[in-house]
Design a binder for this molecule. Sequence first.
Ligand SMILES: [Zn+2]
Length: 238
Amino acid sequence: MATVLFVYAHPDDESFGIAGTAMKLKDEGHTTGLLTLTRGDVGMWFGKEKGSWTPDELARERSKEWREATKVIGFDHCRLLEWPDGGLRDSPVERVTADVVELIRELRPDAVCTFGPEGAGSEHDDHRAASFFALRGFHRAGLPEEYPDRGPAHQPKRLFFNASPFVADFPVVAMTPTHTIDIKKYEERKKQAFECHKTQFKDRDRFNQMLERRGGKEFFHLAVDRSRAIGRAGDLFQ
Ligand SMILES: [Zn+2]
């Protein structure tokens, strides 16, 4: 049995992209973990830019929603950090990487999944930053001389980016899928996971449209494979 760690930026990212895959892995007896880097404290609350809440109140509410969603999905391990929402890109690189490394060394996953470097469909700065930190942590977790105070080295074998098949006339830049997971059976529970994020119901239509467009599937792009040496001779078009 394997262990898979998912690394994302905001509470609700887990429900959009990979909830079905995480549910399926769990049902198959694998171990799943989620690392969310921010509490979503500058997001909208029920679609309003500003209201009577403070960023801290929103962070607390979204943390609760995140906990509920992670229970619906059934992650074995969850960690919610407090790096600033909207400011992940400008957060101290070594410290955020160290946090990713720490959880990789604790859970010792076989694979790590995160957003593609383009930041998924929304191309959000925090999504792009989450991808960078996950990739950076993925490689450094295996080097004992890096962050020696964050646990014994562990090198996961594979790193996947969220992916999306090319759709004509649909201007989303995303990775080409190398792996497609059938999550038809989990679609209702995936919806329930999103429904926990009540403050984010402005995105509910988008969530349901994405679910429909993906036709019961979630897509991944194998970006790093350290389980085998590659580098066959050939040209770029073979
Ligand atoms: Zn997000």
